[in-house]
Design a protein around this ligand. Structure first.
Ligand code: NOJ
Length: 549
């Protein structure tokens, strides 16, 4: 595998820019209203020009799409609406020729209820080996009419669903931490362990450079399925961050390391405790994990400084690089979040419909992008972030797809608003997402996105896309994984730091414009400077004058 991007000796993933492709919404070539692999192949030149090092593909396997592909029915094939395995192989190959690596999404906590294993389990009798691959249990109460324990699904409602026995009578219950269509696997079952290791090899053998591990801290459950207790110590929670998980990832790391170019393991790990989080990044476990602390952080100087410091401090002892993430397919789009009075992100408090100043959000998102790109480690860009797409908030309930919306009884708007198909060109839907005469996109695109299309933004030097292209190019030329990070003295409302000897990033979150260091050249700025000063909610990258020592 070759895809050299820098002269640095550090492994590629330590400072890579990884672009998340949500295939369903990227580009539709066959006109069925759903993005496809042919669409990604078509747009590889766009991704090369953007300047990304790797693509992370959200699940592309056959799936009933109960959770938009995170309900996998077969890991060794491609969903027919996306294409074929041959096309996926071609995509991996063609991307690599352009210097872009591929990362696939592995969802080890659960499968689809249409996966052959689960179908066999439902058809089998209680106590059968087929059922042991999942968590089937008798219910509580005289007739087993209550779930086996009080665990709640992350999507809302009980985490258990009851199946019928062969005679049509109510039978056992099975566990699903997400939707009922996503039964949890039993990681103490050897078939589960073995099959996932084979799946890893299956994709590594096809040239993928790494895997993103979905819900990576949830796989292992307490054997007694005890109820949650509010004062559980770290490692004692019945289904989150259990110590037994580390052995699974050590085995995966050994597989990844057995390749001539070792493969990358990236964990989706939502944990508030930075030390527990960093345990997954020990030398013989995962290489990196998403930094959700930074993603959820409000646009406030003290909070951002604290998040950056605690991120770097947590990663230092395990010598893993940090990741910098502002958005993904699960969270409110950045320009919308940053345009609200509360700029933090929390699943429990998604605030669709709250007053939003998109101009302000856009301005901050531009500055946030320069901040994230300048920090040491790797950086993730969620498709559409480079276009400054806002959250789409007016999708009707009938058009919504996300189980999070439905399982909350409609209280939670769900995640469809950040998954709307990309606008490529033109001034009305489907904005070049699908060819002429195609079916309507699987989620509706709003009016008024004509000015946000790739075509429109390519022609505008001041657009978000132009900023991303220029900044990613500069990042590639100016920054190396080994460039040290140090804060520069500044007012509390300003974040100012160096990378290496002569590169600096300054972000102004205060009201007053700030002066830049004397003699510095501005490499790029997210807003025009005002009399040489950096205005509010703006960031600049600088080349500092040579030191005279
Ligand atoms: C995390 C994924 O990012 C999300 O989209 C999905 O719904 C859950 N895991 C369950 O797989």
């Amino acid at each position: 595998m070759t895809a050299d991007r820098s002269s640095s000796d550090a492994p590629w993933w330590r400072d890579a820019v990884v672009y998340q492709v949500y295939v369903r919404s990227f580009a539709d070539v066959n006109g069925d209203g759903t993005g496809d692999l042919a669409g990604v192949i078509d747009r590889l030149p766009y991704l090369r020009e953007l300047g990304v090092d790797a693509l992370w593909f959200s699940p592309w396997y056959p799936s009933p799409m109960a959770d938009s592909g995170y309900d996998v029915a077969d890991y060794r094939a491609i969903d027919p609406s996306f294409g074929t395995l041959e096309l996926a192989e071609a995509l991996i190959r063609e991307a690599l020729v352009m210097g872009i690596r591929s990362i696939v999404d592995i969802v080890p906590n659960h499968v689809s209820d249409q996966h052959p294993w689960f179908r066999a389990a439902v058809a089998a009798d209680p106590g059968s080996p087929h059922r042991d691959r999942f968590w089937f249990r008798a219910g509580q109460g005289p007739r087993g009419e209550s779930p086996p324990n009080g665990w709640q699904s992350i999507f809302g409602g009980p985490a258990w669903t009851r199946v019928k026995d062969a005679d049509g009578e109510p039978g056992e219950w099975y566990l699903h931490l997400f939707a009922p269509e996503q039964p949890d696997l039993n990681w103490t079952n050897p078939d589960v362990v073995r099959d996932h290791e084979e799946v890893l090899r299956f994709w590594f053998d096809r040239g993928v450079a790494g895997i993103r591990i979905d819900s990576a801290a949830l796989l292992v459950k307490a054997p007694d399925l005890a109820d949650e207790t509010p004062d559980a110590k770290p490692g004692d929670h019945p289904f989150t961050d259990r110590d037994e998980l580390h052995e699974i990832y050590r085995r995966w790391r050994a597989i990844a390391d057995s390749y001539v170019e070792p493969r990358l393991l990236v964990g989706e790990i939502w944990l508030p405790d930075a030390e527990r989080f960093a345990r997954y990044l020990r030398q013989d476990e995962l290489h990196t994990a998403f930094n959700f602390d930074f993603l959820a952080c409000p646009w406030e100087p003290v909070a951002l400084r604290t998040s950056i410091d605690s991120t770097l401090a947590a990663h230092a002892p395990v010598t893993a690089p940090a990741t910098w993430v502002l958005a993904n397919h699960d969270v409110t789009r950045t320009v919308t979040r940053y345009g609200r009075s509360d700029t933090s992100f929390a699943f429990e408090a998604k605030r669709e419909g709250t007053p939003t100043d998109l101009r302000l959000g856009n301005r901050r998102a531009r500055a946030g992008a320069l901040l994230a790109m300048a920090l040491p480690g790797s950086m993730y860009v969620y498709q559409g972030e480079e276009l400054g797409l806002p959250e789409v908030e007016d999708i009707s309930s009938e058009q919504r797809q996300d189980p999070m919306h439905f399982r909350s009884g409609g209280l939670d708007p769900g995640r469809d608003g950040c998954r709307v198909p990309l606008p490529w060109s033109g001034d009305r839907p489907p904005y070049g997402f699908s060819p002429a005469g195609a079916r309507a996109p699987w989620l509706p695109q709003p009016d008024g996105w004509g000015r946000l299309t790739v075509a429109a933004q390519s022609a505008d030097p001041d657009s978000m896309l132009s900023l991303y292209r220029a900044a990613l190019g500069l990042r590639r030329r100016e920054l190396r994984a080994s460039d040290g990070f140090a804060w520069l003295p500044s007012e509390p409302t300003v974040l100012s730091f160096t990378r290496g000897a002569r590169f600096a990033c300054v972000v102004n979150l205060g009201i007053d414009p700030v002066a830049l260091p004397t003699g510095a050249d501005v490499l790029i700025a997210s807003q025009e400077l005002a009399s040489g000063r950096l205005p509010q909610d703006a960031a600049a990258w600088l080349r500092l004058p040579e030191s005279k020592e």
